[in-house]
Each structure stands twice: as C-alpha cells, then as structure tokens.
Write a protein that binds this ligand. Structure first.
Ligand SMILES: Cc1ncc(COP(=O)(O)O)c(C=O)c1O
Length: 422
C-alpha cells in the first residue's frame, strides 16, 4: 500500500530501479514503455506457479481458477475506464485495437465513407485507415491541427462533410504532449451519426479517463505503457456498436457454432478474441490497474503536470538559443512529454538537417549522464515533418520520475550543446 505520492517511495516497488541506481540510469522513455512493479510481476508469477491453464475450456479446478482470474481482470480493467466487461476486448496493444476497429468498421460500413484523423496521430491511427482505403472505398483525410494548442470540437467541425462516417483522434499526442480537448466531441459527433474513436494510448496511463465522460464509441490503449507487461491491450467499445461490428479474426473462442460453410459468432467480447488469449497479460494489467488506482489517477496527472511545468521552466532558465522544443507551453494542456532538438549554427537555410541528430543526442545523453531518451520520428512522421525536422529527441515522464531527473536532462542537454555546437 502506497499512501503518499512520493516517486522515491514508488521506486521501491520497481526491482529495475536497483539496477538504475547501480548503473546511474535515468529512465525517461515512458511514452515508449514503462517499468513494471513487483505487484505486476508477482501477479504473473503467481498465476504461472499456481493456476496456469487455458481459459473457458477446462471444467477442472485450475481451469476454473484461470478463467476466474481472467474474467475478474477484465471486470477490474473495465471499471478503471468506466466501461463494462462485455465492452472491454483484450487485444495485444493499441495498434491491434485500432487495426481491429479499422478493419471491422470498414466492413460494417460497406467500404464507403470518410475517416478523419489529425496530423498528430501515431502511425497506428493512420496506417490501418490507409490499408482500409487500399481495399475499399473508405477515404482517409487528415484534419488541420495545431502544434501549440489542443484540438477542439471547432477544429473537427470544420472538416466534417456529408460523407464523414468516423472521426478517430488521439487523446494525448505522443510527440507534442498535447492533451486534446475532447469534451463535446462525442456528443456532437453522435448528433451527426458519426462514430467517435479515441486513441488513449497516452492518456489512460497518465490521467483519469472515463469512456462515459468522453462519450466515445471505441477507445484503444496498451498495457505496457501503464506498468503492465507487453502483449496486452484493450479495445473498449460501446456494446451496441460492438454487437453490430463483424469479427476481426476467426478461430477458436470467437464462435458459437461452426458448420462446413459458415459460422455463428460468439457474443461480445469473445467475438473479437479469437484464439487462446494473453491470460497472464490480462492478470498483469489488472494488477497494474490496482497499483495506479492505489496512487490515484488525479495524483498521477498532477505529478506529471508538475514535472512538465518544471521542465518548461528549466528550459526557459537555460536560455539556450539552439534548444528548440515543441508542443503547447501551458502545462494544463500538456502531458509529461518533452520533444526537442538542438540546432546547429551552420546549415544555412536548409529546411531539414540543421540539427544535431537526435540519435546522437540520445546516444550522448546515455553515455555522458545515463539519461535514457528516445530519438526518431516516434511513429508520428506526418507531425514530425510538419515541424520542419526529420526527427526529435524525446523525454517522457511517469510516476517514478522526479525533478532531479529533469535536472539531469538539462545538465546533459547543456553538455551536448557544448560538445556539438561550440
Ligand atoms: C498515441 C499512441 N497511439 C498508439 C500507440 C501504439 O502503441 P503500441 O505500440 O503499444 O500498440 C502509441 C505508442 O507509442 C502511442 O503513443
């Protein structure tokens, strides 16, 4: 039980922090994946040591135990986002959730209509729609969005046409950190008969998210970004929509009956869970949800807000003209994500390639100060290119990060600048 929100206390629950302390590692790549607490690791070990069995099949004791653990995990995770168990489909990750949505909805809509996404989407909310477009009459359009402020209903409204059938947007940008303002969006879209999908991969782990408040039809997130193991994620859907959507994959578990020439689909959520599921992943995600509930999602958000405020203040104090960062400056609308570049003096007017390569930043940050950053386009190429760069370096925070970690970040940015620029 953790009573106070204290990152140093929280670290004690994460075995990997012993190594971080030994090797002087400052882990700042939480938007890519988070570390795992003992509570999650032990829940998985306990399952394997005591109740390992397939689910929904055996009527023997450990088969029933495994099924019970799996079902209770689903209920717990559903409650965490204000959803129902039948609307909570286990998938591998947010990517699979969005592929499922794109493939199934394309068929449900008869392969017609327009899908709107923003430029700030992760590729997993772009490419599945491009694939859908390549095999059907579905058309993908990218709405205008801004790099310095959240997307809001008025921005979406401008791009809606009579053909728009789906609006699929990220809740929080994994590059800019922008927390989009999705209030009103669901209600307004429903008035127009448009399906509303939220990519919540960067919001469910970091702030209170309730599917009823969002009024979304579908919502996707990944367990590994919120303390759980990789290979487990969720597609939440409104049961009445999921009932209408055709299955995504076929096989065991997702059927009622199979005949020589056709099948009848199981009820939701099993209809979308073909094959043996990631049982230990679901159990691990449920343990992760317990850990986060124990901390309080408001506290998680406030902690990250404090870290990003401190980051933006430190950046200003550095007064380093070569340091360019992206995203809104207001911590109220910004998650714990800080993407930046260090610009070289030379390079003339070239629109691209005038920066210290973010891979060099990432490499040096690790070697000089043990600061682990991500570099690249962060699977958000359209947004990265729109910033006029090939790539950025990115720091991203979570519950166990401290202001001290942010100080390390700026120490190493200063050192890299001195080494590479001066
Ligand atoms: C906003 C957003 N959506 C989707 C994803 C895809 O997540 P995954 O790779 O776990 O499927 C990510 C991962 O970084 C993300 O940041």
């Amino acid at each position: 039980m953790i009573n106070m929100f204290d990152p140093l206390e929280i670290r004690k629950h994460f075995p990997i922090f012993e190594r971080f302390q030994r090797d002087g590692i400052v882990y700042l790549d939480n938007a890519a994946t988070t570390q795992k607490p003992s509570e999650v690791i032990n829940a998985i070990v306990n399952y394997y040591e005591n109740s390992n069995s397939n689910v929904h099949r055996g009527v023997y004791r450990i088969g029933e135990e495994a099924t019970d653990l799996y079902n209770r995990s689903r209920e717990n995770i559903a409650r965490f986002i204000g959803g129902t168990p039948e609307g909570t489909i286990f998938v591998r990750n947010a990517t699979e959730a969005l592929n499922l949505a794109a493939s199934s909805l394309t068929r449900m809509l008869g392969g017609e209509g327009e899908v709107l996404v923003t430029r700030m989407e992760h590729h997993s909310n772009i490419v599945p729609w491009q694939i859908a477009s390549s095999v059907s009459g579905i058309r993908l359009r990218m709405m205008e969005s801004h790099t310095d402020r959240p997307l809001k209903w008025e921005d979406i409204e401008k791009d809606i046409t009579g053909k728009t059938k789906i609006v699929s947007v990220t809740h929080v940008s994994n590059l800019l950190g922008t927390i989009n303002d999705l209030r009103e969006v669901g209600k307004n879209l429903h008035d127009l008969g448009i399906i509303f999908i939220v990519d919540a991969a960067q919001s469910v782990p970091h702030m209170p998210v309730n599917v009823n408040d969002l009024e979304c039809d579908l919502l996707a997130f990944s367990g590994h970004k919120m303390l759980a193991p990789s290979g487990i994620g969720v597609l939440y859907g409104k049961p009445e929509l999921l009932d209408r959507m055709p299955p995504y994959m076929g096989g065991g578990e997702m059927i009622k009956e199979v005949f020589e020439d056709h099948f009848t689909a199981a009820d939701i959520p099993e209809k979308f869970e073909a094959g043996t599921p990631n049982i230990e992943g679901a159990i691990g995600l449920s343990a992760a949800v317990d850990f986060l509930k124990n901390l309080g999602m408001d506290n998680v958000r406030n902690h990250e807000k404090d870290l990003i405020s401190y980051t933006l203040r430190r950046e200003q104090e550095m007064n380093m003209p070569s340091l360019i960062s992206y995203g809104p400056r207001d911590p109220e609308v910004r998650g714990g994500i800080y993407a930046f570049n260090i610009r070289k003096k030379d390079g003339g007017d070239r629109p691209f390639g005038n920066e210290v390569h973010p891979h060099d930043i990432s490499h040096l940050a690790d070697r000089i100060e043990g600061v682990e950053l991500r570099s690249g386009h962060h699977c958000a190429m359209p947004q990265t290119v729109s910033l006029g760069v090939y790539a950025t370096a990115r720091a991203s925070f979570y519950i166990y990060n401290t202001r001290d970690d942010v100080d390390h970040l700026f120490d190493v940015i200063g050192k890299i600048e001195r080494r590479m620029i001066k």
